[in-house]
Design a protein around this ligand. Structure first.
Ligand code: SF4
Length: 154
């Protein structure tokens, strides 16, 4: 998997102070996408073991109290991102006590594959659905357009 950005301290993408990872690769091609540079799977930088270790360390760093991890992109549930994302969310649940995981995906919950649901088993909150420009709303919280749904999975 590749990624575009990692913010160790982020107060915009999800509730509270968080770590946020924006991965590469998205096949949805939503009109009006604000993040087209992430569409290609080979864009950005390789997500290495060192990057994974850094996220775990940041979440456990008691000097800055972070509420959890946000995963966006691109699409963290792109089929080719699933193994790396699964490994990461498993580690967060196992090694980062009390941290939540939010995940944004263009796939809808009711159309997820078994492999995508395997990742969701570790996710607290899923924001799903493609971005629809006609349904864009400045007053929407955590969503870009009103067709997207916030699913509290746990
Ligand atoms: S799912 Fe997100 S990243 Fe992918 S095209 Fe749509 S808005 Fe862009």
């Amino acid at each position: 998997m590749n990624f575009h950005k990692y913010y160790p301290v982020d107060v915009i993408n999800g509730p509270g102070t968080r770590c946020s990872l924006f991965v590469s690769g998205c096949e949805h091609a939503c009109r009006g996408c604000y993040n087209q540079s992430t569409w290609r799977l080979d864009s950005g930088l390789p997500f290495t073991q060192a990057e994974e270790d850094r996220i775990i360390a940041d979440l456990n760093d008691t000097r800055i109290k972070r509420r959890g991890l946000s995963l966006s992109g691109g699409d963290p549930l792109h089929p080719q991102n699933l193994s790396a994302v699964l490994q990461l969310v498993k580690r967060v649940v196992a090694e980062c006590d009390g941290k939540d995981i939010w995940l944004w995906s263009g796939y809808r919950l009711d159309e997820m594959t078994d492999a995508q649901r395997e990742v969701l088993a570790y996710v607290d909150v899923l924001v799903d659905g493609k971005f629809e420009q006609a349904l864009k709303g400045a007053d929407l919280i955590w969503r870009g357009s009103s067709n997207q749904t916030i699913h509290y999975l746990k």
